[in-house]
Design a protein around this ligand. Structure first.
Ligand code: H53
Length: 797
């Protein structure tokens, strides 16, 4: 597409779609016009891909996820469609700032963190690989809350991305599916009729997902909850104006908010309703499509693979069995077999507090038929395996992890260590019964968004050096290795990183009014705030470093900028205290004349996908410091490495694989192993002993305890200091000393700029394996048994 054509398309949409005159158009109008112009280029290819999937009778993959953390879409679409040049030229011609347009788009924050972002990367990789696939999610009116700080405290505000028109979705009112809840069951022999007492409608909204170079397009289908009967005119006419709108309000509640918990199982009825609403609508839609093409339901596993992203959609098993058995009349055991061979389940955590369970009373009330079927599934599984105590339904609850396991033909972990721990801990007994079921598919990230798009300087250098094949064959980044021995090339690499750091410094100065020196180590920890991720250990190390500088301000310290980002679950008081402490520390430290040349603490509010894209390319040091055994994989860790940051980390999640790939000598390892954590934790008094043995740690804790960062309220952080001193389940104190040592190794390494840059470049060269293209290929082979379509120029067809 030429620039002139692009310009004409933008102007056309500005006037005829957006209804604005160029003279009065605002940034928003231009953004919408540009989005429509780009979208036009996508739609034909998207249709063509869909037509081919049907014509070639291809097996499809259905990715069921309560979260899709997709972020902004415009730039992604422009890059994948290779329209940057024409768009940049056209905008220049029109006198419109590219940056301003891009920044104007709200993030689609339909997810909490890693799990939701993984689903978004998977969608992009599936489209890039030409795999016919569909993502199913919920169209939350309010995505993840916005975070603000008020006197350093986190304040949550509703997120309202749908307040303005959303250029990327197509409403599909013709795809409206009835979803029932409650009511009663009438059994007829083995089968039953379910008469729900409440019915809602799930309405589809489709967003095209276009792969690299526009060679394939898939659909992200998001469900909106609508009332069966809208506005009650009779009530309104009777004068009962509020009640007239009630059914609509009640129904909409279901797709109104994303639950903001990552790793806490809240057990709320609304959440269970969301899960069933999402899953039931998706299963219906999958079967409708299947039955439009085939007339034998026994073919389902051959033609459809349903992936359950965590246990959130695990009711898919019983729901599919219900439809096959009760509604289509297939024998119960055969129905279970078909469902199992179609469904597979990804486990993303071993944290007990994150493994969903539902009380039998609640489940029985809301989903009476499913409750019966779960018991029959348990019964069948007992008979199949000759066991008696491995039920999904036990102790008054339905255990969704067990249900997910029993109803799947494959269950996967998300990093090598995590998968091994699944086998030896949480799923030990089930694994012994079904030794073939658990497989590992180490997570990945899309290199289009997480390198090409977010880091144009480094991307250009890479492409200038090895060509652009790496974009969809990230293993090619290996070809950079010889360049890392070339001093001239390393200088260019350093220049790219430095320029990224200058950009970030300017942004920090403008938005947070903190000045940071781009020559400092940019040390970044961005992720949800959680005790197991140990932001407080990082804070303690920061305090210890600060105190050391104060003791001896002229000792030649290596300057650091400690950057934090992340949201705390609104009811997770401890995590909120960590946020508050970080902000209190920033206030004290950033204005300390003795230390501020050497140490700054920066905590930009509202960490989200777009902020990640800004921070990661500027990082020198990536903090991946979770208690070993607790972080299933991590995906931020991969993004940092890919963008040339060194990692300081524990042997946890995918850190293990990162270290193997980049080389142990290029990784700042510290801390206990998962096994050591388990034994050491059992020894009473571990925290007190660790504190007694490390005066730096003791002093840092004492500084917090005595109000060093909260003089107006010295006791403010007692919750944290008491917990660390007496309990410390996540072993912050026991790992602190080694963490401090590793941080000083970082200082020493950073002193040799050229060597640091060489290792940073090696990180980029050696982490192409973490492309989500590789992950998706793994699922295709090990889990879905599916092939991609040949990649051709769809526009030419
Ligand atoms: O999933 C990521 C992992 C990460 C893990 C995360 C996750 C959530 O974001 C939410 C719930 C959950 O059970 C797990 O914590 O380690 O990288 C993608 O697999």
């Amino acid at each position: 597409m030429t620039s002139a054509e692009m310009k004409a398309a933008i102007l056309h949409h500005l006037v005829y779609t957006q209804g604005k005159d160029a003279v009065t158009a605002k940034t928003y109008d231009w953004r919408m016009a540009l989005s429509y112009a780009v979208r036009d280029k996508i739609v034909d290819r998207w249709f063509e891909a869909t037509r081919r999937a049907y014509a070639e009778k291809r097996k499809r993959v259905y990715y069921l996820s309560l979260e899709f953390l997709i972020g902004r879409l415009l730039k992604d679409a422009i890059i994948n469609m290779r329209l940057e040049e024409s768009v940049l030229d056209a905008l220049k011609d029109l006198g419109i700032e590219w940056e301003e347009i891009i920044e104007d788009e709200p993030d689609a924050a339909l997810g909490n963190g890693g799990l939701g972002r993984l689903a978004a990367c998977f969608m992009e990789s599936q489209a890039t690989l030409g795999l016919p696939a569909m993502g199913y999610g919920i169209r939350y009116e309010n995505g993840l809350f916005r975070q603000r700080f008020e006197d350093g405290r986190q304040v949550e505000e509703p997120e309202d991305w749908l307040n303005q028109a959303h250029a990327w979705e197509f409403a599909r009112p013709e795809v409206s599916i009835d979803i029932g809840f409650g009511g009663h069951v009438q059994e007829i022999g083995s089968r039953a009729n379910w008469y729900p007492s409440e019915v809602l409608i799930a309405r589809a909204h489709d967003t095209p997902v276009i792969g690299w170079k526009g060679r394939w397009g898939n659909t992200l289908r998001l469900w909106e909850a609508r009332p069966m009967h809208g506005f009650d005119l009779a009530r309104f006419n009777r004068g009962d104006h509020t009640a007239a709108a009630e059914p609509e309000a009640m129904a909409r509640t279901l797709s109104r908010v994303l639950y903001p918990d990552d790793h806490t199982e809240q057990g709320k009825e609304l959440r269970l309703k969301q899960e069933f609403f999402h899953t039931a609508a998706s299963i219906r839609d999958i079967l409708r499509r299947f039955e439009s093409e085939y007339d034998d339901l026994r073919l389902l596993p051959k033609k459809a693979a349903i992936q359950i992203n965590d246990t959130h959609p695990a009711i898919a098993g019983p729901e599919l069995v219900r439809i096959l058995h009760d509604e289509r009349g297939i024998d119960f055991e055969e129905a279970v077999g078909i469902a199992r061979n179609t469904i597979s389940y990804t486990n993303h955590t071993l944290l007990p507090e994150a493994l969903e369970t539902w009380g039998e009373a609640r489940m029985g009330r809301l989903l009476p038929r499913h409750m019966q079927l779960i018991d029959r599934i348990d019964d069948l599984h007992r008979r199949e395996t000759g066991t008696h105590d491995l039920n999904a339904h036990h102790d008054g609850k339905v255990h969704m992890g067990t249900l997910g396991f029993i109803m799947a033909h494959k269950v996967n972990g998300v990093a090598a260590l995590h998968t091994e721990l699944m086998k030896s801990t949480v799923f030990k007994d089930l694994h012994e019964l079904h030794p073939e079921k658990i497989v590992n598919e180490t997570n990945g990230v899309t290199p289009r968004r997480w390198l090409l798009s977010c880091n144009p300087r480094l991307s250009s250098l890479i492409t200038d050096s090895i060509g652009d094949n790496w974009v969809d064959h990230a293993e090619d980044l290996k070809k950079l290795e010889p360049f890392t021995e070339d001093a001239g090339w390393i200088e260019k690499f350093t220049a790219a990183k430095h320029a990224n750091k200058v950009d970030l410094s300017n942004w920090i100065a403008e938005t947070l009014e903190i000045s940071v020196d781009p020559d400092s180590i940019f040390d970044i920890q961005v992720k949800r705030i959680h005790e197991y991720k140990r932001q407080h250990m990082n804070l303690l190390e920061t305090i210890a470093y600060w105190l050391e500088i104060r003791d001896n301000p002229n000792a030649g310290w290596t300057p650091r900028v400690k950057i934090f980002g992340g949201k705390a679950f609104p009811n997770y008081i401890y995590a909120k205290e960590m946020v508050h402490l970080a902000n209190d520390m920033a206030k004290v430290m950033n204005s300390d004349p003795l230390t501020s040349r050497f140490l700054k603490v920066v905590f930009p509010p509202n960490y989200n996908v777009s902020l990640a894209e800004r921070l990661i390319p500027a990082a020198d040091l990536s903090e991946q410091i979770s208690t070993a055994g607790k972080e299933a994989s991590g995906t931020g860790n991969m993004k940092f490495s890919l963008n040339g940051a060194l990692t300081i980390g524990t042997l946890d999640g995918a850190n293990v694989e990162i270290r193997e790939l980049v080389g142990a000598e290029n990784f700042f390892l510290f801390g206990m192993t998962a096994e050591e954590v388990m034994t050491h934790r059992a020894e009473a008094g571990h925290a007190a002993r660790a504190i007694a043995a490390d005066p730096r740690l003791a002093r840092a804790l004492e500084t917090i305890r005595s109000g060093g960062f909260s003089p107006e309220e010295p006791g403010r952080y007692h919750m944290i200091t008491d917990n660390l001193t007496h309990h410390d389940y996540f072993m912050v104190c026991s790992d602190f000393t080694d963490y401090w040592r590793a941080q000083r190794d970082v200082d020493a390494a950073f002193a040799d700029k050229a060597e640091w840059a060489r290792v940073a470049a090696l990180n980029t060269a050696r982490t192409g394996w973490f492309s989500s293209d590789r992950t998706i290929r793994g699922y295709m082979r090990d889990v879905w048994d599916v092939e991609a379509a040949p990649l051709v120029d769809l526009a030419a067809e």
